[in-house]
Design a protein around this ligand. Structure first.
Ligand code: COS
Length: 371
C-alpha cells in the first residue's frame, strides 16, 4: 500500500483546493452556481470513464475533491458526493447499455442531478424492511409509498428508487427503479429545516401510483437490496471525505486563531489548546489514511464494506470532536449562530447520521470481525 499521494494526486488536490477557495460561494441558498461551476470543471462525474463523459479518475481522486469542496462548503461537497456515488453509480454499475445511453452522460456532465431514495419513515437503519410497493401493472410497475430524508429530493432529475415487489420476501423482494423527475405521481416535499447543511435540500418524496415501465427497472427483481448496499459502500467513503473536509476546516480556523492570539499576547495560548490541536491534527491524518485506504481498495475492484464503514464512522466522529474541541478553544464567540465553528459543528452532526448511522457502521465492522 502506498501511504504517499502520487504527484498526479497532489496536483489534482491542489487544483481542487484552488477551485474551492476561489470559486465556491458560502451563501445560504441551494448552491446552484457552485454546482454549475463544478460541472463546468467536470467535477460532477469525476470518477466516471471518459466514454461516459466522466473525468476518468480513480475513486481516490474523487475523495480528494469531496474533502476540498467540503472544507469550504460542506453542502456543495455533500450534493456532489451523493450525486456521484449513489446518484450516478447505480446506473453505471447496474444499468443496461440502453439505460446508460439515456442518462449516464447527462449525469456525468452535471446536466442532470442524481438522487437515491431508500430511507422511509419506518425503514431507516433497517433498510431491508422498507414498505414502498411496486406492483406489476401492464408493461411496468405501479409504485406507492413515502421516502424520507432524500438529498436533493426536490432538485434531482433522476432518482434511484427502491421498492418491494412482495414484502413477504423480505430484502429479497426489494427492486431498484430509475425514476425521472417529471413522472406523474412523484411528489417531492418541502426541504426539511435542519441544524446544518441547509443549502442541501433534504426532502420527503411521495410516490402515488407512480408508473414505471420495465425498461426503467435497474437490475433484476429482488436485486435492489444488494444494489443499495454495494452503492452505500462507495457512498460512505464520500461522506467520510466530506467529514474530513469539515474537521480540517475547524482545525484550520483554530490554528489561525491561536497564532493570532499568540502574536498578541505572548504565551497566553499555553500548552492546553496547542496539545489539543496536535491531537486533532494527528487524528486527522489517521482519518485520512482510512479514507484513502478504503478508496484504494475500491479502486482495486475489491469489496470495501468494512474499510468504508471504518473510514465513515471514524471521520464523522472526528469532525464532531474537532468542531467541539475548537469551539472550546475559541471560547464564547464560537457559540454564536453565525460563527464558522458553530457552522462546522452543525454540519458535522449530520455526517454521523446519514449514509448509515455511525452505529450501523460499527455493526458492519463488528459483523465482519465476529463472523
Ligand atoms: N454489497 C453487496 N451486497 C451486500 C452488502 C454489500 N456491501 N451488504 C449486504 N449485502 C447483501 C448480503 O450479501 C445479503 O444478500 P443475500 O441475501 O443474497 O445473501 C443481503 O444483502 C442482506 O444482507 P444482511 O443480512 O447483512 O442485511 P441486513 O438486513 O442485516 O442489513 C445493514 C444490514 C444493517 C448493514 C443494512 O440494513 C444497512 O446498511 N442499513 C443502513 C442503511 C443506510 O445506510 N441508509 C442510509 C441511506 S442514504 S441516507
Amino acid at each position: 500500500m502506498n501511504f504517499v499521494l502520487s504527484d498526479q494526486h497532489l496536483a489534482r488536490r491542489e487544483e481542487f483546493r484552488r477551485f474551492a477557495t476561489e470559486e465556491l460561494d458560502r451563501g445560504e441558498q441551494f448552491p446552484a452556481e457552485n454546482l454549475r461551476q463544478a460541472a463546468r470543471k467536470g467535477y460532477l462525474g469525476l470518477p466516471l470513464p471518459f466514454e461516459w463523459s466522466g473525468g476518468g479518475t480513480d475513486f481516490l481522486t474523487y475523495t480528494l475533491l469531496i474533502e476540498e469542496l467540503s472544507r469550504v462548503c460542506a453542502a456543495t461537497g455533500l450534493i456532489i458526493a451523493v450525486h456521484t456515488s449513489v446518484g450516478t453509480y447505480p446506473l453505471y454499475y447496474f444499468g443496461t447499455q440502453e439505460q446508460k445511453q439515456r442518462y449516464l452522460c447527462g449525469l456525468a456532465r452535471g446536466e442532470l442531478l442524481g438522487a437515491f431514495a431508500l430511507t422511509e419513515p419506518e425503514a431507516g437503519s433497517d433498510a431491508g424492511n422498507l414498505s414502498t410497493s411496486a406492483y406489476k401493472s401492464g408493461a411496468g410497475y405501479l409504485l406507492n409509498g413515502t421516502k424520507l430524508f432524500i438529498t436533493s429530493g426536490d432538485r434531482a432529475d433522476l432518482y434511484t428508487v427502491f421498492a418491494t415487489i412482495d414484502r413477504k420476501l423480505g430484502h429479497k423482494g426489494i427492486t431498484a427503479f430509475l425514476v425521472e423527475k417529471n413522472r406523474a405521481g412523484l411528489i417531492p416535499g418541502k426541504p426539511e429545516k435542519k441544524m446544518g447543511l441547509n443549502r442541501s435540500n433534504t426532502t420527503e418524496l411521495r410516490l402515488e401510483d407512480l408508473y414505471i415501465p420495465v425498461s426503467n427497472r435497474l437490475g433484476e427483481e429482488g436485486m435492489g437490496f444488494s444494489i443499495a448496499m454495494a452503492l452505500l459502500d462507495g457512498g460512505r467513503i464520500g461522506i467520510a471525505a466530506q467529514a474530513l473536509g469539515l474537521a480540517r476546516a475547524a482545525i484550520d480556523y483554530t490554528k489561525t486563531y491561536l497564532k493570532e492570539e499568540q502574536g498578541q499576547s505572548g504565551l497566553k495560548t499555553g500548552q492546553g489548546p496547542a496539545f489539543k490541536l496536535a491531537d486533532l491534527a494527528t487524528k486527522l491524518e489517521a482519518s485520512r489514511l482510512l479514507v484513502y485506504r478504503a478508496a484504494q481498495i475500491k479502486d482495486a475492484g475489491r469489496k470495501c464494506s468494512r474499510e468504508a464503514a471504518m473510514a465513515k464512522y471514524y471521520s464523522a466522529d472526528l469532525a464532531m470532536e474537532a468542531a467541539i474541541c475548537c469551539m472550546n478553544i475559541c471560547g464564547f464567540p464560537a457559540a454564536g449562530f453565525d460563527h464558522p465553528l458553530a457552522g462546522y459543528f452543525c454540519d458535522a452532526k449530520a455526517t454521523q447520521i446519514y449514509e448509515g448511522t455511525n452505529q450501523i457502521q460499527r455493526l458492519v465492522v463488528a459483523r465482519e470481525l465476529l463472523q
